[in-house]
Design a protein around this ligand. Structure first.
Ligand SMILES: Cc1cc2nc3c(=O)[nH]c(=O)nc-3n(C[C@H](O)[C@H](O)[C@H](O)COP(=O)(O)OP(=O)(O)OC[C@H]3O[C@@H](n4cnc5c(N)ncnc54)[C@H](O)[C@@H]3O)c2cc1C
Length: 430
């Protein structure tokens, strides 16, 4: 939830003048659409017990409020500002989007993230959709009127796509989709499923195909959801999916059969780049809350922030924020020029920089969140406050979207290194 006063960090954001209009729209949306709903749902947003329903899923009132905010943001061109205009998006590049994202996430951790499309919304996979998919799927997702899920991970296949078991086989002109997916965001409420499956086993990166379908149309016809995972940040939003021989028409394919791997990599790149404004906005929010806390809390005869040990923690938070943000802007500029960021294939050095962006943002945001929690003392440990919530989210971010170890492996590989185990010593001696 937002605090009105301009902070010293606000002055450092310096968004380019041409973004004044969209940033103004974000501020207005926050005032008119987000803040009143956050106030009406304060009892749910600040109490984990009321945030979820009896099944441990996100409470329907919060889902409804999020959907209203998405629609409102869609109607004024904010929700899909990252997509090209030909799809109904705002046509902003990655650099511009960092400023928009950090404005949105800078409001904290209430309903504000719904202002921008994330993994449940207008993802770049829509760039590979066909004309016949436009009216039913693309347009409503771009406008924030529908939500989607992205099903890649399986209980036995996470970091390595080639471990995937979910398959789709041809049956006449149709496809029969069989398998199960794990840890899927928005598993229970999504209108649209986007599923990656093996269609040509053993064909390397040409083995995979993306499918898209209406979840409600296929519910009970081979499509079903499983358990909700109780994540450490209590989102009530992540779950299992099962495909029991779902019969899908040819028109359900995104892109072309065999193109799934490339589309997946493109959309992972987007997810990774999306860390930039998200982590910057949330880190900035945490630094601001920490400044307030250490300035206001009296310990003995002086404010907590009068102690050098505390001041240095705050200084380290600032250094982390500035470092990650500067790196993000530098990487985004190099990707926008010549751009666009979604064109395939991407050059190796660019992929390396995107991986560096993810590692840098995930890890500096985590350090910021850890220190923010520490300077909040016992209050920081309580689950029902935004500092604690962001600490949990920050810890999580190092896993999805390709873990930070996977990013490091790609960085090393694109620098020309391949891991080769030594044959000269037994495994336990290494
Ligand atoms: C909250 C949440 C939401 C998610 N949402 C989605 C979603 O919407 N859709 C979706 O498809 N997936 C989603 N995921 C899944 C996520 O992408 C995976 O959890 C992630 O890719 C890691 O896969 P894994 O869990 O199988 O871990 P594993 O692959 O088993 O990895 C375990 C550990 O080993 C490390 N490791 C793996 N390989 C190597 C290696 N070669 N060298 C060194 N270390 C290695 C990893 O870094 C990790 O630390 C979500 C996960 C979470 C937690």
């Amino acid at each position: 939830m937002h605090h009105e006063n301009e902070s010293p960090l606000d002055k450092e954001l310096r968004p380019p003048a041409h973004l004044a209009d969209i940033l103004g729209r974000v501020a207005q949306l926050y005032r008119d659409e987000v803040a009143p709903r956050e106030a009406a749902l304060a009892h749910r947003l600040s109490d984990e017990a009321q945030y979820l329903d009896r099944d441990g899923k996100l409470h329907p009132e919060i889902i409804a409020a999020r959907r209203e905010i998405m629609r409102a943001a869609g109607s004024v061109g904010v929700y899909s500002a990252h997509l090209p205009e030909r799809l109904g998006g705002g046509g902003l590049g990655r650099t511009d989007m960092i400023y928009v994202e950090e404005k949105v996430y800078g409001y904290g951790v209430g309903l504000n993230p719904a202002l921008l499309s994330w993994s449940e919304g207008a993802t770049p996979r829509l760039l590979y959709c066909h004309d016949h998919q436009r009216e039913q799927f693309v347009d409503p997702l771009v406008r924030g009127e529908k939500t989607s899920l992205h099903a890649v991970t399986e209980s036995g296949a996470g970091s390595n796509l080639f471990d995937m078991k979910t398959q789709a086989r041809r049956d006449g002109k149709d496809w029969i989709l069989t398998g199960a997916k794990a840890y899927i965001t928005n598993a229970f409420d999504a209108d649209v499923a986007q599923v990656l499956a093996i269609t040509n086993p053993g064909a390397g990166r040409r083995s995979f195909t993306y499918f898209m379908f209406d979840t409600r149309e296929y519910l009970g016809k081979g499509y079903r959801t499983g358990r909700v995972y109780q994540t450490m940040f209590g989102d009530g939003y992540t779950g299992e999916l099962f495909f029991d021989d779902i019969r899908l028409p040819e028109s359900a394919v995104i892109g072309e059969p065999g193109q799934g791997f490339d589309i997946a990599v493109m959309s992972f790149n987007y997810t990774r780049m999306r860390r930039a404004g998200m982590c910057s906005g949330w880190s900035k929010y945490l630094i601001e809350r920490s400044l307030e806390r250490v300035g206001g809390r009296q310990i003995g005869d002086r404010p907590l922030g009068a102690n050098q040990g505390i001041q240095w923690m705050v200084a380290d938070m600032y250094v982390d924020w500035l470092q990650a943000r500067s790196l993000s802007l530098e990487v985004a500029r190099s990707i926008d020029s010549p751009g666009p960021w979604y064109a395939l294939p991407r050059p190796k050095d660019e992929i390396r920089r995107i991986c560096a962006l993810k590692v840098s943002n995930d890890e500096s945001f985590y350090r910021v969140a850890d220190r923010a929690l520490q300077v909040h003392g016992g209050w920081g440990v309580m689950r029902n406050n935004p500092v604690n919530k962001l600490f949990q989210i920050a810890r999580n971010l190092r896993i999805p979207g390709g873990t930070d170890e996977v990013q490091r492996t790609t960085i090393a590989e694109t620098l020309g290194l391949r891991y080769e185990p030594s044959k000269s010593a037994p495994a336990e001696a290494k």
